[in-house]
Design a binder for this molecule. Structure first.
Ligand code: DUC
Ligand code: ZN
Ligand code: ZN
Length: 471
């Protein structure tokens, strides 16, 4: 087994920082050594990475991606191969993607189908959540089996998208009761889809068809109402762990904070798009340009205080995790399906490559600390979703490591740093005061010196345990 020494860097964890060296043996971290200790005890590693002046942090864990997901009449444009390679370029060493079950479909079959898409394709390790789009006796039984046997311990449900992935309150309650028995986490897309569909129809009837109406027909009130309802249902189901995905609005965050104060097992994530992009500056760009930023939940107005509240939520741990909801579509032939009708634009933004960069810029801007960057982007997502060997640099943990250079710069854009299979960048022109230097996945270097040196199929499926927040 090859040994690697990452020497001279500053090791950042969720709880602090210190100078030291990381010794890797094979696929795992063997030891953290004080400066000078490696020489004193005669460590003779096969390979040494000089991390002088750099930060050594746990590889990124993105628990919300949709590689090649069928959605909106097309399919997300990153395959497991291209999407996990782009993730690696961005310092991410684990993703948790979503297998999809629709009404009437067999859950186990659908999970098997997602395994088939991913097996042998991935550059980094991956797990699955299961989307339950159709609650019935068979799917409820399958949920228990997935927890017990498949390492799938979290289930996403939708209060949005009536007729597609939507579940009504009774169905949601039944799935929550099932999860309360097994200890699984319910992940919720919290938007009132029934009311949204009325607003969408009225908007289209008025001739308001441009991309910006996507946000105007999905007001923050309908995110906070659904968030509140999901919390109440979770309480009735026996305080089942509930994780609100892609939170975008101040009012929804208030619901989560209130539930946490009341002692409920409620968690939430946000995504870089809600921290940096807005209705006015992106979605409302002239003509059809705004389609690039059609995603749900939608980008919010800059004239309220959603972004500052979300950063506050990250500082206060009301928001435990930053994920991306990476769901890329090209403009050509995909977003274009919605020319003249914003409701037909496939919903999604690609960003798996840029989360570590964009949230690091929040450190530079003074919004969060270096430790909180590591915690929200690596440690907490791993703990939240039972990835026991991920998200920390500690003896015995998987050697998934990002060496980050705080003195170099990154410019994001289609002709700059961009490896996702998208014909545009949602973050075109963004500049980051730092840069991915070296990325290690289970002991193997996969990115170094501005090159991808990993391989398709290196990434393995990871069976997950129950959330470490509660078990
Ligand atoms: N939201 C998106 O923007 N894309 C995929 C699914 C979702 O809920
Ligand atoms: Zn969603
Ligand atoms: Zn999603």
């Amino acid at each position: 087994m090859a040994t690697t020494l990452i020497s001279g860097g500053t090791i950042i964890s969720a709880v602090g920082r210190r100078a030291g060296d990381v010794l890797i043996d094979g696929e795992s971290v063997a030891a953290i050594l004080a400066p000078g200790q490696a020489a004193a005890i005669g460590v003779n590693a096969d390979r040494t990475i000089d991390a002088t002046g750099k930060y050594v942090v746990p590889g990124g864990v993105d628990v919300h991606t949709h590689m090649q997901m069928p959605f909106g009449g097309t399919e997300a444009s990153d395959t497991f191969e291209t999407g996990t390679r782009a993730a690696a370029w961005g310092g991410v060493t684990t993703i948790v993607d979503f297998a999809v079950q629709n009404t009437g479909e067999d859950v186990q079959d659908r999970l098997a189908a997602w395994h088939e898409k991913a097996a042998g394709e991935c550059a980094i390790d991956y797990g699955f959540h299961q989307i339950i789009g159709g609650v019935d006796e068979a799917s409820l039984q399958a949920m228990t089996s997935l927890v017990d046997n498949e390492g799938v311990t979290s289930f996403k449900m939708f209060m949005a998208y009536p007729g597609v992935l939507y579940s009504d309150d009774g169905q949601i309650l039944r799935a929550m009761q099932n999860a309360a028995e097994s200890g699984a986490m319910i992940m919720m897309h919290a938007e009132n889809g029934i009311a949204i569909d009325v607003l969408v129809a009225q908007s289209l009837a008025r001739g308001d068809t441009d991309p910006r109406f996507h946000s105007l027909t999905r007001p923050a009130e309908l995110e906070s109402e659904a968030t509140h309802r999901a919390i109440q249902l979770a309480k009735v189901a026996g305080n089942v762990p509930l994780y609100i995905v892609h939170m975008s609005a101040s009012e929804a965050l208030e619901e989560v904070a209130a539930a946490q104060h009341a002692g409920l097992n409620v968690f939430a994530e946000t995504c870089p798009q809600y921290l940096y992009l807005t209705l006015e500056d992106q979605l409302a760009q002239p003509g059809f340009e705004g389609a690039k930023w059609v995603c749900s939940t939608p980008l919010r107005t800059k004239h309220e205080h959603h972004q500052s509240d979300l950063w506050k939520g990250l500082r206060m741990n009301e928001l435990a995790v930053v994920s991306t909801d990476h769901c890329p579509f090209c403009m050509k032939d995909q977003k274009e399906l919605g020319i003249g009708n914003f409701a037909a634009i496939p919903n999604g933004i690609g960003g798996v490559e840029h989360r570590m960069e964009l949230i690091y810029q929040g450190v530079v801007a003074g919004e969060i600390t270096l430790e909180r960057w590591v915690e929200t982007c690596s440690t907490s997502p791993a703990r939240m979703f039972g990835l026991d060997n991920k998200g920390v640099i500690a003896p015995g943990a998987d050697a998934d490591i990002l060496v980050w250079d705080p003195t170099a710069k990154t410019r994001i854009g289609i002709n700059d740093k961009h490896h996702m299979n998208m014909d545009y960048s949602a973050y075109e022109g963004f500049e980051i005061d730092g840069k991915v230097d070296t990325v290690i996945s289970r002991g193997a270097i996969i990115v170094e010196q501005d090159s991808y040196v990993g391989s398709k199929g290196h990434g393995k499926y990871v069976k997950r345990g129950l959330s470490n927040y509660l078990h």
